[in-house]
Write a protein that binds this ligand. Structure first.
Ligand code: 8YV
Length: 325
C-alpha cells in the first residue's frame, strides 16, 4: 500500500478504466490532469510534485506535458501500445515507461482471427442481409471465401503476431511474416519487405507497434501488391496503414476487403467505409474483455506500486539511447 506523500504525487493523464481511476483516486490520492483552459494553472501548481503518471495508449504523455512535470520518474501505461507517449523525450529526461504486454495477447489475437474469418466469410454482412429480410426476398447469400488453408502474412511477429500465427496454424493456414529483423527462432517464413509479403499472401494481418517507425508502412504499393483478391486485417494501430490509400483501394475494387479494429483518428472512421459490405469495422475492442482488462489493470497497478516502492518497473519498455542534443 503506497504512503501518500505530498511531494511525490501520482497523476492520471486521460480517461482510464473506471475501476482503475477509482483505485488511483482512493488508494494513491492521485490527481487528475484537467483538459482545456484549466490545464496550465493546474500544471503550474502541481507539475513539480508529480512523480508518476498513469495513462493509456489512447492518451499518453507527450513531450510538452513531460516538460511541465520536471520531477516525473515514470509513465505507467495501461495497454501494450505506448506510441502516444514520447519515449525519446522520456529517455532524454530519465523517465521510465511501462506497458502491459502478454496479458492481452490472447484476446487481441482472438480478435484478429475473428476479423479475418468475418471479412473472408462476410458473417457480419450476411447477418445484416438476414435481419433486413433479404433471405426470403432475394434468396441465398452470395458465396464467400475459404479461411482454412489460406496464405496469411503477418507484419510484426511479436507476442501478438505469434499468438495470431499459432491460432491460424490450427486452421491449416500457411504463415509468413515481415518484421524489422528476421526471427531466427521462428518456424514461419521471413519475407524481407511488406510489398513482397503482400504479393505472396491472401490475407495480410498487421500486428506491428504504432509510432513513427511504422507510419504508413502499409502504403498504396503494399495494398496493390495484396491486390483485388487480397484482404487486410489490422488490430495494431491505424497509423501503420495509409488510411486514404486503403479507402481508395477498397472503393476501386483493388482490394477484396478489410477487417479493422483500429483507425488513424479514433473514434472517427472514414465515412466511405461505413457503407462497404466487404469491410468489417470494430471500435478498437481488441483487448476489450472483462478478463483481459482486469489483468491489464492489475499489471498497471503492479508497475505503479513497484515504481513507488523501489524506482523500478515490472514491465518496462525498451528505451532509446538518450540524447540531449
Ligand atoms: C487498449 C490497445 O484498448 O493495448 C493496447 O495497445 O490498443 C488496447 O489494448 C488501449 O491501450 C486502452 O487504452
Amino acid at each position: 500500500m503506497p504512503t501518500p506523500d505530498s511531494t511525490r504525487r501520482v497523476l492520471q493523464v486521460g480517461p482510464l478504466k473506471p475501476s482503475l481511476a477509482e483505485t488511483l483516486r482512493n488508494t494513491y490520492d492521485a490527481l487528475v490532469l484537467p483538459d482545456g483552459s484549466e490545464r496550465a494553472a493546474f500544471l503550474a501548481e502541481h507539475g513539480a510534485r508529480i512523480h508518476a503518471a498513469v495513462t493509456s495508449g489512447r492518451t499518453g504523455v507527450n513531450a510538452e506535458l513531460m516538460a511541465a512535470l520536471p520531477n516525473l520518474g515514470a509513465v505507467v501505461n495501461f495497454g501494450v501500445g505506448y506510441d502516444t507517449t514520447d519515449v525519446d523525450a522520456a529517455a532524454a529526461s530519465g523517465v521510465m515507461v511501462s506497458n502491459t504486454p502478454d496479458v492481452l495477447s490472447d484476446c487481441v489475437a482472438d480478435t484478429a482471427v475473428g476479423l479475418l474469418i468475418d471479412v473472408l466469410r462476410q458473417f457480419s454482412a450476411a447477418d445484416r442481409y438476414l435481419r433486413a429480410g433479404r433471405w426470403p426476398a432475394d434468396g441465398n447469400y452470395p458465396l464467400t471465401h475459404k479461411v482454412s488453408g489460406s496464405r496469411v502474412g503477418i507484419i510484426g511477429l511479436g507476442r501478438i503476431g505469434n499468438a495470431i500465427a499459432t491460432r491460424l496454424t490450427a486452421f491449416g493456414c500457411s504463415i509468413s511474416y515481415h518484421n524489422r529483423n528476421e526471427r531466427t527462432d521462428s518456424p514461419y517464413e521471413y519475407v524481407a519487405s511488406p510489398v513482397e509479403l503482400a504479393r505472396q499472401v491472401d490475407v495480410l494481418v498487421i500486428a506491428a507497434a504504432g509510432g513513427n517507425a511504422t507510419r504508413n508502412l502499409v502504403d498504396r504499393d503494399v495494398l496493390d501488391a495484396l491486390g483485388p483478391n487480397g484482404y487486410l486485417v489490422n488490430i495494431a494501430r491505424g497509423s501503420v496503414v495509409d488510411e486514404d490509400a486503403l479507402v481508395e483501394a477498397l472503393a476501386d475494387g483493388r482490394l477484396a476487403g478489410a477487417g479493422l479494429d483500429v483507425f488513424v483518428d479514433e473514434p472517427n472512421v472514414p465515412e466511405p467505409l461505413l457503407t462497404m459490405d466487404n469491410v468489417v469495422l470494430l471500435p478498437h475492442v481488441g483487448s476489450g474483455t472483462v478478463e483481459t482488462r482486469a489483468a491489464m489493470e492489475a499489471l498497471t497497478l503492479a508497475n505503479l506500486d513497484k515504481f513507488l516502492q523501489s524506482g523500478e518497473l515490472v514491465t518496462p519498455v525498451p528505451m532509446p539511447a538518450a540524447s540531449r542534443g
